[in-house]
Design a protein around this ligand. Structure first.
Ligand code: UDP
Ligand code: MG
Length: 141
């Protein structure tokens, strides 16, 4: 199935100039960049994006962190894009993520783990709608 997934390049990666490296790793796995923008998420958008975690102890720190600097939001498209990006990103905690994954190689700690990637096709659709208008997305077909 051709899918789309939302990727965010988080503040820790922005600060270290890792955007090109991260985009490259995803493109090298055969996925296509179909939308990208830099934006500074405000707290309201951060709270909407991370709403599934609103009762977690890390919610306040996470939303404050993700809205602390401008970030890159991108959409990648391709065969099995959602799970493929999860694989390329690695486990949530960089200390547990495999070598060769973005988080395993570049992540700092469980909060500052460099990237976000949608966890299902359904979530991806909702997340993409939070960040992009239809006309901002390249149509490959
Ligand atoms: N996070 C955190 N502390 C935790 C778990 C997660 O700060 O104990 C942050 C981390 O930045 C993670 C995000 O919350 O990427 C969302 O958590 P989730 O469990 O959805 O992980 P992901 O889907 O990003 O791997
Ligand atoms: Mg998640």
């Amino acid at each position: 199935m051709i899918e789309r997934s939302l990727v965010l390049i988080k503040p820790d990666a922005m600060e270290r100039g890792l955007t090109g490296e991260i985009i490259n790793r995803i493109e090298e796995e055969g996925l296509t960049l179909v939308a990208i923008k830099m934006l500074h998420m405000d707290l309201a958008l951060a709270e909407r994006h991370y709403a599934p975690h609103k009762d977690k102890p890390f919610f306040k720190s996470l939303t404050s962190y993700i809205s602390s600097t401008p970030i890159l939001a991108a959409i990648f498209e391709g065969e099995g894009a959602v799970n493929l990006i999860r694989k390329i990103m690695g486990a949530t905690d960089p200390a547990k993520a495999a070598k060769g994954t973005i988080r395993g190689d570049l992540g700092i700690d469980i909060e500052h783990n460099s990237v976000h990637g949608s966890d299902s096709v359904e979530t991806a659709k909702q997340e993409i709608n939070l960040f992009f208008k239809k006309e901002e997305v390249f149509n490959l077909q």
